[in-house]
Design a protein around this ligand. Structure first.
Ligand code: BES
Ligand code: MN
Ligand code: ZN
Length: 504
């Protein structure tokens, strides 16, 4: 992760390889930008006139300079009144990637534009400063654990340091605070991305459990891992059914963070942790099957969210439950037609072994009831169908409580990690009933509504308290933002943080 610090300096006097200036949309350069324009013999105002740059979101302009900053990078943030933290985060991500491509090693982002934007809005300056740091840090993520340094002759260029430039002494303390917070967010999102990016044969259920234990030790979190034996005792036949075809032992990981005393009912987050999904006997086609290493993204988000909540010392109670197993075809694997008995006592006819996510979650949701939750949120790469419905642009939410869903939608808007509600009607629930068991894990052909049917199945195990299912199959991988990269996005961590902090 890059180092982030802050400095009190004037942008025109500040010595740096690359100075990032966030620019609001205007007709011609004003304020600091106008002063820079003079240094650049009107190059900036010409760019405005030629519509090459005028501060619109998405625009960038990189200029070489012989001033104190050797390069100035303008990045558009749109109209003053419409600036949000998420817009700054995106602009920061864009600027950081351009700076990286330009081989800079250390960059500075000037915050003076935030003075005008945040006028009269208490706390907004700090929020924007944090978003700047967050966007840069998130955009510069690289998963290169498996790269040998054989590319020595042409190593990829990396930015090592970001300085946030504060214009006045009075802003230093809040900027410092924002940086500390942003670093924790970046670290958590990067943790999730790392876990997801590791190959399936590395990031096994045991690996997730070891990670959880280590993470819990570093934070004020208690961690319990149930192995096969313990799960058998509890009658978790549904989760164990998925795991039985694999040589990798399953794990049920339960993490507890108490920031609000022991008495308050917790929010329970449940994550799907299928560390590799071959489909099982209902084998998936070969193309892109490698991506199914990401089928534990819900688990990664759950672990990262607990890490984040604890590192930020939020005054809430939260439990994280990860249902980890590998879905493999083998002589011992479950077969279509098999019937599993879940921990809840409900029996499940497995008509397709590739609908395994709901099977591992069923027992994890039942287990969640032990904590007498105030609310339950499950995150899962559950259905390919969500990609048909929403593409890579939003996760689907389905639940039993309108207010909770609305709060999640608000959190999604604020963080750019959008969620979109799909309905769950009694007709959908009816379509989960099996002829010979209580439930079947896929609906009859022609029923459609794949994402909703996944949720309808889960509802049978979710309990009566408010519950929301978030299907992140389209967003955990390939979620395209200026501050994301190819592959794992870590989607859900920033969403849940916002929800937990503001959504109540
Ligand atoms: N892990 C997959 C869902 C998935 C698909 C995640 C694409 C990420 C990208 C899940 O276990 C699965 O296989 N779902 C099936 C359900 C079907 C058998 C009812 C699917 O979506 O095809
Ligand atoms: Mn599957
Ligand atoms: Zn799966």
């Amino acid at each position: 992760m890059i180092k982030i610090n802050q400095k009190l300096d004037h942008p025109l006097e500040h010595k740096t390889e690359c100075l990032i200036l966030a620019c609001v949309e205007e007709k011609k350069p004003s304020g600091t930008l106008k002063k820079f324009n003079d240094n650049f013999v009107d190059a900036i105002s010409h760019a405005f006139e030629n519509k090459r740059f005028n501060g619109k979101p998405g625009q960038t302009l990189l200029l070489n300079s012989n001033g104190k900053a050797s390069n100035v990078l303008l990045v558009g943030i749109g109209k003053t009144k419409e600036v949000t933290a998420e817009k700054i985060c995106q602009a920061a991500g864009r600027a950081a990637k351009l700076a990286e491509q330009s081989n800079f090693k250390s960059i500075t982002a000037d915050l003076s534009a935030f003075e005008g934007i945040s006028k009269g809005k208490s706390g907004f300056y700090g929020e924007l400063a944090g978003a700047m740091a967050e966007g840069v840090g998130l955009a510069l993520y690289h998963f290169d654990n498996y790269k040998t340094r054989e590319e020595k002759d042409d190593p990829p260029s990396r930015i090592e340091k970001l300085t946030l430039l504060t214009a006045s002494k009075s802003r230093q303390a809040s900027t410092e605070k924002s940086i500390a917070r942003a670093e924790k967010i970046i670290d958590a999102v990067h943790t999730a991305r790392d876990l997801i990016s590791h190959p399936g044969s590395t990031a096994t259920p045991t690996f997730l459990a070891e990670h959880a234990k280590k993470m819990a030790r570093k934070n004020k979190i208690t961690c319990k891992v149930l192995g096969q034996k313990e799960m058998e005792k509890l009658g978790m036949g549904s989760l164990l059914g998925v795991a039985q075809g694999s040589d990798e032992p399953p794990a049920l990981i339960a993490l507890e963070y108490n920031g609000a005393g022991k008495k308050k009912a917790p929010t329970v987050i449940v994550g799907k942790g299928v560390t590799f999904d071959t489909g099982g006997i209902s084998l998936k086609p070969g193309a892109n099957m490698d991506e199914m290493k990401m089928d534990m993204s819900g688990a990664a988000t759950t672990l990262a969210t607990l890490q984040l909540v604890s590192s930020l010392k939020l005054k809430i109670n939260i439990v994280g439950i990860v249902a980890a197993a590998e879905n493999m075809p083998s002589g011992s694997a479950i077969k279509p037609g098999d019937i599993l008995k879940s921990m809840s006592g409900k029996t499940i006819e497995v008509l397709n072994t590739d609908a395994e996510g709901r099977l591992v979650l069923a027992d994890a949701l039942t287990y969640a009831q032990r904590y007498k939750p105030k609310e339950v949120i499950d995150l899962a790469t559950l259905t390919g169908a969500v990609l048909h419905a929403l593409g890579h642009h939003a996760a689907a939410v389905v639940g039993n409580n309108t207010a909770m869903i609305q709060k999640l939608k608000n959190a999604g808007e604020a963080t750019g990690e959008r969620v979109w509600e799909l309905p769950l009607w009694p007709e959908h629930e009816k379509a989960t009933k099996s002829d010979i068991a209580d439930l079947k894990n896929i609906a009859s052909p022609g029923v459609g509504a794949g994402t909703i049917m996944g949720a309808a199945f889960l509802k049978a195990f979710a309990g009566e308290q408010p519950w929301t299912h978030i299907d992140i199959a389209g967003t955990a991988w390939g979620f395209d933002r200026p501050y994301t990269n190819k592959g794992a996005s870590g989607f859900g961590v920033r969403l849940l943080l916002n929800y937990l902090e503001k959504g109540r």
